[in-house]
Structure formats: structure tokens, C-alpha cells
Design a protein around this ligand. Structure first.
Ligand code: NAG
Ligand code: NAG
Ligand code: NAG
Length: 301
């Protein structure tokens, strides 16, 4: 996807909804547990997903001239995701972002999490949901609504978090050029913080095409959560924010991703909410269901 022939043509719109409901979750039978790469294809729109970390490996679509390009950063092989530290396309959990000092107190009991970011726990700990093998529950590669549903059972005490948790993520292609990512999690037995995030790195000029600094993003948000030196929210809500990027990560097709090489739209609950009583709660109690839906809608002009 040469930037020269791309009068920036693709607009991604990301909508997220975080809701809790108390429907009972469905326990389905155990499925496959091998690591594979699964394609979903709808005309000239296609994605690849691996059940390693429920990771989105590629999103290929045409620009307004019909040239196909892959607009997310990542690696060519699953093996590289195993060692990777950038969380390319991964499904982040049990709690995305940082938990200050890797500890929190819930219902009078203090829990200690795995420290993998100085004194903090980051993106679920050392082996968060983006570093485990998910089970493929359904894969429909083509047709009207190609989709893949992945399941992960997180056990009581995993990375320090309380209680068993059943987690599903579904990727679905809808016409025209719409990618839906639906996540849900059901707490079994104990209350637990849950804050999932999808970690795709977008570059609408094509992965490895340079920086995203000439792309425009409009966020329908009025405030953000400023952080301290250890990247923990100070508790303040402030207006205005710009993102940053990477530093020389070797990715797909031998491309090297530099600083500002992509933008992540990590919709999520407030960071470190479990340690900030003034932030909206991210606690899911037994029988409650956490739901988080994202829709990426690409249009051309
Ligand atoms: C979670 O998502 C899966 C896959 O879409 C679905 O089968 C299941 O019913 C959902 N669970 C709840 C409790 O909504
Ligand atoms: C992953 O890291 C291990 C240990 O450093 C190394 O032996 C292996 O070659 C790496 N794999 C890839 C695909 O980079
Ligand atoms: C971790 O916490 C200890 C004790 O409070 C402190 O001395 C140390 O500087 C902290 N380390 C980092 C990397 O913040």
C-alpha cells in the first residue's frame, strides 16, 4: 500500500461499549487446543487470527485505488509473537494497563499480582491473556459473516487474580469492510477485576509504511487519565492527549516499525481502577458478565 497512491482513503471508526449484565454464561464443550492461524475472508477484505493470545495478525483491505494493504503491525510467524514484547494485536487481560504496585484489596482481602513492569503489574502480568493458548470454539472462514470465536478459562489465582473466569472473544467480518471484536467474561465463584483491551496497532497507510503522524484521528472523548512517572493514573481527569509509538521492532515482511509507526485504540476501563475508588468499578462479581464490543468500520473517500 504505497502511501504515494493513497490520498488517505481509509477511515477507521472505533466504537466501544462496556456494559455489565447478569446473564448466565454458557459452558460449552472443550475444543481444539493447538496453535494455528485462521483466516476470515469476505471478498477482498480479510484478516488472520491466531489462537496464541487470541491475536489479530493481519487486516488486509483495498484502498480507493483497489491496492490491497495490511493495516496492522505484527509478525509473520506465531513463534515471533511468543517472544514479542509489543503486544501486537493481542487480547489483553485479565486487567489491561497497569495495576499500581501489583496489588489491590477487594472485599477486605489483599491480592498480590505478578510484577512485570517495575513494581507494577502490566497487561495481566507475565503470562496475561495475550500470552496463552486459547481454544477455537468456532471458525467460519468465508460466506456472509466470516467469524472466529476463541475461549480461555483463566483459573483462580492465575497471575495473582482471584477466581475462575471464562473469557470469549469473537472476531467477525461484516459487509462492507466492518470488523467487529466482541469480548465477554464471566466470573465463576469469586469477584475479580476484569478490564480487557484489544491491542492492534493501526497504520492506515499500511504496516511498515512509516509514521502515522500524517493520519488524522478524531476521538469522541473530552478527558483522559494523566499518569505519574510510573505510568499510574494520578486520579485527575484532564483534557487533551496525543499518543506515541515504538522503537525499531522488526515485524512482517522484514519491515522495521519505528516510533509513531502506528496508533493503538485500546478501548478499556479506567487504568488501575481497582486502586482508585473514584474511578468506575471494573469488578465483576460471580454470575455477572463483562462485555466489551468494538467495531472498526473502514470507508473510502
Ligand atoms: C460470550 O460470547 C460467546 C461467544 O460469542 C457466547 O457464546 C456466549 O453466550 C457469551 N456469553 C455471555 C454470558 O453472554
Ligand atoms: C525466543 O526466545 C528464545 C529464548 O531467548 C530463543 O531461543 C528463540 O529463538 C526465540 N524465538 C524466536 C522465534 O525469536
Ligand atoms: C519499588 O518500590 C520500592 C519500595 O517502595 C521503591 O524503593 C522502588 O524505588 C520502587 N521501584 C520502582 C522501579 O519504582
Amino acid at each position: 500500500m504505497a502511501r504515494a497512491v493513497l490520498p488517505l482513503t481509509v477511515l477507521a471508526l472505533c466504537l466501544a461499549a462496556l456494559v455489565f449484565s447478569s446473564r448466565a454464561g454458557a459452558d460449552a464443550a472443550a475444543g481444539r487446543k493447538m496453535v494455528g492461524v485462521y483466516e476470515l475472508k469476505k471478498g477482498d477484505f480479510s484478516i488472520r487470527v491466531t489462537n496464541w493470545g487470541a491475536t489479530l495478525m493481519s487486516v488486509v483491505l483495498p484502498d480507493s485505488n483497489g491496492n490491497l494493504g495490511d493495516v496492522v503491525l505484527g509478525y509473520d510467524t506465531v513463534a515471533e509473537y511468543v517472544n514479542g514484547t509489543a503486544y501486537f494485536g493481542g487480547l489483553i487481560g485479565r486487567v489491561a494497563n497497569r495495576v499500581a504496585n501489583a496489588r489491590f484489596t477487594l472485599d477486605g482481602k489483599t491480592y498480590r499480582l505478578f510484577r512485570n513492569d517495575g513494581n507494577n503489574s502490566l497487561h495481566g502480568g507475565h503470562r496475561g491473556f495475550s500470552k496463552v493458548v486459547w481454544t477455537v470454539r468456532e471458525h467460519v472462514g468465508g460466506g456472509a459473516s466470516p467469524c472466529i470465536t476463541l475461549f480461555y478459562h483463566s483459573f483462580d489465582g492465575e497471575q495473582g487474580f482471584p477466581g475462575d473466569l471464562d473469557v470469549y472473544v469473537t472476531y467477525e467480518l461484516r459487509s462492507p469492510y466492518v470488523l467487529a471484536v466482541r469480548m465477554n467474561a464471566t466470573a465463576r465463584g469469586k469477584a475479580t477485576p476484569v478490564n480487557l483491551a484489544h491491542h492492534a496497532y493501526w497504520n492506515l497507510g499500511g504496516h511498515g509504511s512509516g509514521t502515522v503522524l500524517d493520519e488524522t484521528v478524531q476521538l469522541f472523548a473530552s478527558r483522559y487519565t494523566p499518569v505519574d512517572a510510573a505510568l499510574i493514573p494520578t486520579g485527575r481527569l484532564a483534557p487533551f492527549y496525543t499518543g506515541n509509538g515504538l522503537a525499531g521492532v522488526r515485524g512482517k515482511d522484514g519491515r522495521v516499525y519505528g516510533r509513531y509507526g502506528a496508533l493503538c485504540l485500546e478501548t478499556q476501563g479506567f487504568p488501575d481502577a481497582v486502586n482508585h475508588p473514584s474511578f468506575p468499578s471494573q469488578i465483576v462479581r460471580p454470575g455477572q458478565v463483562y462485555e466489551h464490543n468494538m467495531v472498526f468500520r473502514f470507508s473510502f473517500f
